[in-house]
Design a protein around this ligand. Structure first.
Ligand code: ADP
Length: 265
């Protein structure tokens, strides 16, 4: 059995966060190359964030809160539609680089309860892996048994997949080197925390905060909570790395010694 790696490519890396609905195809292409180079003998499931595609409309209509008013359905539909456009762009760029990517968006099959996936049949995704495809999922609008509809992050999608498929490693790639003692975008002397485990998780969470961009699913605090939960419940290594740096994703896929934060229990 080949090793399985789950990878998130963050919305802030693959879209222009200052302009609604603008992707960065050249970045996606480079990341596709890195996945292609490092993933030859590995099974990979890729998830991508929504960046300036889903988050702006999602925030305007407060889709995360559920079906709360007469505009909520419109907001959910528009958010899913624009998130799907980025999803196709990602898959298109991977295909252009010779990677046989297949789409598995959570909206097609996942059910959540208060934004946590309770049910998602992954057998088609597993079959695709076994047949040599690269399954691609994303942050998405999903049906929720309490809220009607809501938004889930890529991390939530990957958390569920990790729980079911027990990957060898989970890589959360974004626009920052890892978890710092404080937000390095606003605090000058913030230091990178290289290893997080049960001894320093509380301290690390105290320093982790919101995103400085429009983001309806979290910032670093939520990302770290997810990474810690995945590492603990799946007995796997979770790494937070900066995929804006060329080669960093490839290195993280190939070995553990990479600039970033490793969460391991
Ligand atoms: P993505 O969109 O790539 O999933 P987010 O924007 O949601 O990532 O979260 C990463 C952001 O969280 C960073 O760009 C940074 O602005 C912010 N942040 C807040 N606190 C920290 C911290 N302690 N260490 C690193 N980043 C932090």
């Amino acid at each position: 059995m080949k090793k399985l790696i789950l990878i998130k490519i963050g919305g802030s890396s693959i879209t222009d966060t200052s302009r609604e609905g603008i992707a960065k195809p050249e970045v996606i292409r480079r990341l596709a190359e890195e996945v292609g180079q490092a993933g030859k003998n590995t099974n990979v499931i890729l998830g991508h964030g929504s960046g300036s595609f889903g988050h702006i409309i999602g925030k305007k209509y407060a889709v995360q809160k559920g079906l709360i008013n007469e505009k909520s359905r419109e907001g959910a539909a528009l958010t899913q539609n624009i998130a799907a456009q980025l999803h196709r762009i990602v898959i298109n760029e991977f295909c252009l680089k010779g990677i046989n990517a297949l789409s598995f968006p959570p909206s097609a099959g996942a059910i959540t309860r208060n934004r946590r996936i309770t049910d998602w049949n992954l057998s088609a995704m597993q079959a695709a892996l076994e047949c040599g495809f690269l399954p691609v999922t994303c942050g998405d609008v999903v049906m929720d048994s309490q809220l009607g509809a809501t938004i889930i992050s890529t991390e939530e999608a990957l958390r569920y997949i990790a729980e079911k498929l027990k990957p060898h490693k989970v890589i959360l790639g974004g626009d920052i080197d890892g978890v710092f003692t404080a937000n390095p975008k606003t605090t000058k002397d913030a230091r990178l925390i290289k290893e997080i485990n049960s001894k320093n998780i509380e301290e690390a969470l105290k320093g982790a905060g919101e995103s400085t961009k429009v983001d309806v699913t979290g910032g670093m605090k939520t990302k770290l909570e997810y990474a810690y939960e995945i590492a603990r419940s799946c007995h796997t290594v979770c790494q937070i790395v900066n995929i804006d740096v060329p080669g960093r994703l490839r290195s993280a896929m190939m070995n553990d010694e990479v600039t970033g934060t490793t969460i391991r229990l």
